[in-house]
Design a protein around this ligand. Structure first.
Ligand code: HEM
Length: 503
């Protein structure tokens, strides 16, 4: 039986609840001798050999459930900690308890392990005789490799003053996006079928400025089908869907190259080739631009650190920075269209001369609470924990279900309603968000492994959203959009927005 591990020397659980979120590691002490085994953690009933599979088959209580529906069922039936298993995969715990999430996040904050994108890792490590010892990037590396990589790229990507250098270009992209929507909308001022693609053009164009050091001009006109920009959008989108199939569903790609595996390798390779092509062009441009130190772009800074690191980081930005910002924009626009008085309040703030824009930030935060693009997070434990009286051993996968927690009335009053005010009202106001545990809602993750693109994403979304409400009065007609959950939550069409010009 494992013994005492770390000491929770300075904080009681109540203090943790009230602590502001910091990324310093917390020492955890546990007497695990009285704990129940992780095998006793509640979960769907198991059968010999097939485990819990029968629950997900026709006739099973979880048949056809996925995304939020599945998590809701698991929470309602089994409570705040649930153990699930999949065929050919180790068991995973699903946590619906903010205090326990805090415990693991703090406990794992030195070098957090978040295994994901296994097929992409395979591509970057082994495909076509690569050197398996080389770094594979933030998304796929773990342990000291990850830490080394993060410490190289972190300063360039996270310092507000470096991200601010992009304000003007990001605004140019936003204005071109608005102009394009005006061109492509129909006589009802709608872009019903392809609005997600339109949004992807914006997000790719914006992130490419940072990742590839160039404008792709994807918003100009109809792009030829075989243009690298089209292929890049296709790849960034396909990658998340393919990875979902290969990495999280039963698949035999580790034993032989399935059709999906071959498709994945082609996607990963194309992203590589296109990224290298654009970075080579940018490198030429940088040679004589005379910029030094703080004036240098993020890509220039990364190239100076290490060309390979710059290239991998650029690919990761394209992979992680297209569908995430697009779907956050779609969700926020939908919620504002459905809440015209909030939309008007936002418009007034945006049009005011006040430099600070608290309501703008609050609208985005509230949209990420209600319709988050990433509603879950994950860690693999590097030691054991006492989680609600069960011993959770080292090496166990733990899924944090923020999306469900953020929609519980016990965490946020009037939880199903879009109320941006909750993020800015005074503490004495009953709507103040302070009653929610700080680990309920963490849209960009937590600690040293949190989203490295947060500041860039916020700049992009705040800029486009400001331009949208300045230019359009948003309406939505007909049924609400559906949300399709894979790696990210996709807001699906038809997109019933009406983009009426503000006159
Ligand atoms: C609304 C937009 C976005 C959301 C909600 C989001 C959310 C997240 C979340 C939840 C994580 C996991 C953090 C953790 O494990 O604690 C993450 C990681 C990451 N994100 Fe984002 N993200 C967004 C946009 C972006 C953008 C624009 C980029 C590109 C610069 C980006 C690049 C990354 C990378 C590279 C990681 C892995 C970081 C690491 O493991 O060290 N994300 N993101």
């Amino acid at each position: 039986m494992s013994k005492i591990f770390y000491r929770l020397t300075s904080m009681s659980s109540n203090q943790i609840r009230n602590a502001s979120i910091s990324s310093s590691p917390l020492k955890v002490s546990e007497d695990v001798t009285t704990l129940k085994s992780w095998r006793e953690i509640p979960g769907p009933p198991t059968l010999p050999i097939i485990g819990q599979l029968h629950n997900f088959l026709p006739g099973g209580s979880l048949f056809k459930l996925e995304g939020m529906g599945l998590y809701e069922q698991l929470y309602e039936k089994y409570g705040p900690v649930v153990r699930v298993n999949a065929v050919l995969k180790p068991d995973v715990l699903i946590l619906f308890d903010a205090e326990s999430i805090a415990k693991i996040f703090y406990g794992e904050n030195r070098i957090p392990v978040r295994p994901a994108f296994f097929s992409m890792e395979y591509y970057r490590r082994y495909y076509k005789n690569k050197d398996p010892n080389k770094p594979t990037g933030l998304v796929t590396d773990q342990g000291y490799n990850w830490r080394q990589f993060r410490s190289k790229v972190g300063p360039a990507l996270l310092m507000p003053k470096f991200v601010k250098l992009y304000s003007k270009t990001v605004d140019e992209v936003a204005l071109e996006t608005i102009a394009r929507w005006r061109r492509v909308r129909d006589h009802n001022n709608m872009i019903r079928e392809n609005f997600d693609r339109e949004m992807n053009l914006w997000s790719l164009e914006s992130i490419a400025v940072v990742a590839l050091g160039t404008r792709l001009n994807s918003l100009d006109a109809e792009l030829p089908k075989d243009s690298p920009v089209n292929r890049l959008i296709e790849c960034a989108h396909d990658l998340l869907l393919i990875a979902n199939e290969l990495d999280y569903k039963p698949s035999l790609w580790k034993y032989y190259p399935t059709k999906m595996f071959k498709r994945a390798m082609k996607v990963y390779e194309d992203i590589d080739i296109i990224t290298k092509h654009y970075i080579a062009n940018a490198t030429e441009k940088f040679k004589n631009n005379g910029k030094t130190g703080d004036e240098e772009s993020i890509l220039e800074k990364l190239l100076k650190i290490d060309e390979e690191v710059a290239h991998i980081m650029a690919s990761d930005m394209l992979i992680a920075g297209v569908d995430t910002t697009s779907n956050t924009m779609l969700a926020t626009m939908y919620l504002l269209a459905m809440n015209p008085e909030k939309q008007q309040k936002l418009r007034e703030e945006v049009l005011s001369n006040d430099e600070k824009k608290p309501y703008l930030k609050a609208c985005i935060k509230e949209s990420m609470r209600l319709m988050p693009v990433v509603g879950l997070n994950f860690r693999e434990t590097t030691r054991s924990y006492d989680i609600l009286g069960y011993e959770v051993p080292k090496g166990m996968g733990v899924l944090f279900c923020h999306r469900l927690l953020s929609l519980l009335e016990s965490n946020f009053p009037k939880a199903q309603q879009f109320i941006p005010e909750r993020w800015i009202v005074d503490e004495s106001d009953p709507m103040h968000n302070g009653s929610a545990h700080p680990f309920v809602h963490l849209p960009f993750g937590f600690g040293v492994r949190s989203c490295i693109g947060q500041r860039i994403a916020e700049l992009e979304i705040e800029t486009l959203l400001s331009r949208v409400v300045q230019n359009f009065n948003l309406e939505w007609v007909g049924p609400p959009p559906t949300v399709h959950s894979t790696h990210v939550n996709y807001v699906k069409g038809p997109y019933n927005f009406i983009l009426n010009d503000i006159v």
